[in-house]
Write a protein that binds this ligand. Structure first.
Ligand code: MLT
Ligand code: MN
Ligand code: ZN
Length: 302
């Protein structure tokens, strides 16, 4: 299985259009210590030919144009992107679906909770349906059952619920399936890739999944709990936004540095996060722990 990081930043990207935090200023100036990043999405393929997108970011157009394997098709129209899986209904993960409206047909995998957000509270899926043949594929969470087969069974995908918050545009209270992680197994090698770009709490069950994986990509939104409040005093803490910070005794770095087998990578990194600066102490801490800070265009083989 191949995994391509299309976008490694959280919502807003780096630099974010209206932000003058230190990272955004440096990235805008072209300072080499902070590399610009697009919003959160990865692509997965069993063979490097056919691909599924995990999340569709508002930067999808640039991401797709930059990744040549998607364009290895016969004829004047078409793509190697066969489907999209959403891990939540946030703008940064779903907004790019509207940029795929010329597809003709698109398979979109959602949990019932995500589909409800994108049908009742933000009518993105009905809007998309007016442009193309939208095949709704259901992701079940927290029920044991057969995995979803992708690419004629060459990949198997399990979905699991993680702690998160419903999107701020939605009126209903939190429910399981608002935010999910994915475990994708290669049928040939039996190796797994675990993708959890939003993560409010690290449970024992999640740790067990991470331990069994060859590659994990985990929520790297914030280094510290109060990081966003430093640039936006009205902002809530990281945990209240459904993002466990990297640092601290219960932070995600303590978990990722103990994984025996897995290559661990932070994705969905917010533009305020000091790990984005190549010369920062937090970046040094992460890299000394053997964990990778993702950049757009990184490729992994599982
Ligand atoms: C999140 O990950 O918490 C959301 O995408 C925040 C946002 O950009 O609205
Ligand atoms: Mn997000
Ligand atoms: Zn910023």
């Amino acid at each position: 299985m191949k995994v391509e990081v299309l976008g490694s930043s959280a919502g807003g990207g780096l630099p974010q259009w209206n932000c003058r935090c230190e990272n955004c200023r440096l990235a805008r100036q072209g300072d080499e210590s902070v590399v610009p990043r697009t919003q959160s999405s990865v692509a997965v393929s069993p063979d490097g030919r056919d691909w599924v997108l995990l999340n569709a970011s508002p930067d999808l157009r640039d991401q797709v144009n930059a990744f040549l394997p998607f364009h290895d098709v016969e004829g004047s129209r078409g793509t190697r992107v066969r489907s999209v899986v959403l891990t939540d209904a946030e703008v940064d993960h779903a907004g790019g679906l509207l940029l795929m409206r010329e597809a003709g047909r698109l398979d979109v995998f959602t949990t019932p909770a995500v589909r409800e957000h994108l049908t009742k509270h933000w009518t993105l899926l009905p809007a998309l349906e007016s442009f193309l043949d939208l095949q709704h594929r259901s992701l079940r969470v927290d029920v044991s059952g057969p995995s979803v087969g992708l690419f004629d069974g060459r990949l198997h995908m399990d979905t699991f619920s993680v702690s998160g918050t419903p999107p701020s545009y939605s009126v209903r209270s939190a429910t399981p399936g608002d935010t999910v992680g994915l475990e994708i197994r290669d049928a040939d090698t039996d190796r797994t890739f675990v993708y959890v770009p939003g993560l409010g709490e690290v449970t024992d069950a999640l740790q067990a999944r991470l331990r069994g994986a060859s590659l994990v990509m985990v929520d790297g939104t914030f280094w510290s709990d109060d990081e966003l409040a430093a640039v936006d005093p009205s902002a809530p803490d990281a945990r209240d936004m459904g993002h466990m910070p990297m640092s601290g005794p219960d932070g995600t770095l303590r978990i990722l540095e103990t994984l025996p087998e897995a290559q661990a990578v932070y994705v969905h990194i917010n533009n305020t996060n000091p790990v984005l600066r190549r010369d920062s102490t937090p970046r040094d801490r992460v890299e000394s722990a053997g964990v990778t800070v993702a950049r757009d265009g990184m490729e992994f083989a599982v």
